[in-house]
Design a protein. Structure first.
Length: 417
């Protein structure tokens, strides 16, 4: 126990708690311990200020007016796009499309790339650990086109079965391989670079779901070489309502538009239109301007922390979390039990206690964790559980909070089991 206490003291939060106004709010008269960043992250004051300042000083529609406010709004909006391109090491800002979230990015691809490229009996290769966002759009596409789905199995230890992956590539010759760079349930970080390389060698186009990874790990799409990647602003200290779809320029150029309306056109006649250039071809209607500016402020905050340090902080925290939680009798961790290639999200069950009851009990202690199927019902089935409890950490989390979680779970266990 002494050893644990010393370790807990040594892992401080990477980001000052005071930077996040909401963390000053007590919950049931206790300090808030927020352990649900996998669902959405909290926002630093710099993000809130950037959005507030935009509305107070600059608010105007983009790409339209020849007046000062509109020019400034357009400039900030397009600067944010360039910032994002640098953050993920895209070749060009033209490869950055603003969406509402990861889910919309995946649907955009399914409706444009999918409907134009897939035929009956083509294979889309996914994995068993996908979020519904990276499953249901492909199911709908398969229903529409007659394409079939295949799945890379998840092993009992929570890692992908790479032998099966190699075999599926060989036997199915999939047109598309789509997988998450970090599981929101298991924390598993698959060997993405190798997987992309193997998929390309088999002739597949590769989509990566970066909803979890881009917030927590350095991202370099040139090195990864995926054809497309989607992620959400709200999971990486930014606001809700803004996401990004990155795609290689050649791939995006070849696609038809997704939604029709203002901004996505070059010229319009009564019976026809020409599409705008990239990336605006995919951005129909007035975009989420304040949210884009808020996302750029979030990137600046993360860059100040340095993504390599964010990743190292979370590896240390998850190492501690795995040790602390696995010492609790009756607690079963669903996912890898070592901190290697693993994000700081831990799903678990506690004997017969329902995860929802546990989450409600912990809330009385000011501790926010998630309970449910985490939008991954097939994965719950794979591990034969109806639901799990899930605790996740981020830049503002420290090990003392993990200790408080452990103590609260132990108390729940004594009371109810
Ligand atoms: C792995 C993964 N993919 C996709 C999503 C969907 O993200 P959003 O709801 O922001 O579209 C999530 C959200 O939790 C996720 O964890």
């Amino acid at each position: 126990m002494l050893d644990q206490t010393n370790r807990a003291r040594s892992i401080e939060a990477l980001a000052p708690r005071a930077d996040f106004p909401i963390l000053a709010r007590p919950i049931h008269d206790r300090p808030l311990i927020y352990l649900d960043s996998t669902a959405t992250s909290q926002k630093p004051a710099t993000v809130l200020d950037a959005m507030d300042s935009y509305y107070r000083q600059t608010n105007a529609n983009v790409h339209r007016g020849a007046y000062t406010l509109s020019e400034e709004a357009s400039e900030q909006y397009e600067q944010a796009r360039r910032h994002i391109a640098r953050f993920i090491h895209a070749h060009s800002w033209r490869e950055i499309i603003f969406t509402r979230n990861t889910t919309e990015g995946i649907n955009l691809l399914a409706w444009t790339w999918g409907l134009s490229q897939l035929k009956a009996r083509d294979t889309i290769l996914l994995t068993e650990m996908e979020h519904h966002s990276n499953l249901v759009p492909w199911q709908i596409l398969a229903q529409r086109t007659g394409a079939q789905l295949a799945f890379v199995p998840v092993r009992e230890d929570g890692r992908l079965d790479l032998d099966a992956y190699r075999q599926l590539l060989e036997t199915h010759m999939p047109k598309l391989v789509a997988f998450s760079l970090m599981s929101n349930v298991l924390g598993t970080i698959p060997p993405a670079r190798l997987m992309v390389e193997l998929a390309h060698a088999a002739g597949a186009t590769v989509f990566c779901d970066g909803a979890q990874s881009v917030a927590h790990l350095p991202t370099d799409v040139r090195d990864l070489d995926c054809d497309a990647l989607a992620f959400s602003g709200h999971k990486m200290l930014g606001p809700t309502g803004i996401g990004v779809l990155y795609g290689k320029r050649a791939l995006l150029e070849a696609l038809p538009p997704f939604m029709g309306g203002g901004d996505m056109i070059g010229e319009v006649q009564l019976h026809t239109f020409t599409p705008n250039a990239l990336p605006w071809k995919f951005e129909a209607g007035t975009p989420a301007i304040a949210e884009v500016i808020g996302l750029a402020a979030a990137l600046s905050y993360l860059e100040h922390l340095e993504m390599a340090r964010v990743a190292a902080h979370e590896t240390a925290l998850v190492d501690y979390m795995l040790a602390r939680l696995s010492a609790i009798p009756g607690l079963r961790i669903i996912g890898p039990t070592d901190a290697v290639d693993r994000g700081a999200v831990v799903s678990f069950t506690l004997a017969e206690l329902h995860p929802h009851d546990l989450a409600t009990l912990l809330d009385r202690d000011g501790i926010a964790i998630r309970a449910g199927h985490h939008c991954a019902q097939p994965l719950m089935e794979r591990f034969a559980v109806p639901a799990t409890a899930r605790a996740s950490a981020y830049v503002y989390t420290n090990a003392a909070e993990i200790d408080a979680l452990g103590v609260a779970i132990e108390r729940a266990r004594r009371l109810f089991l």
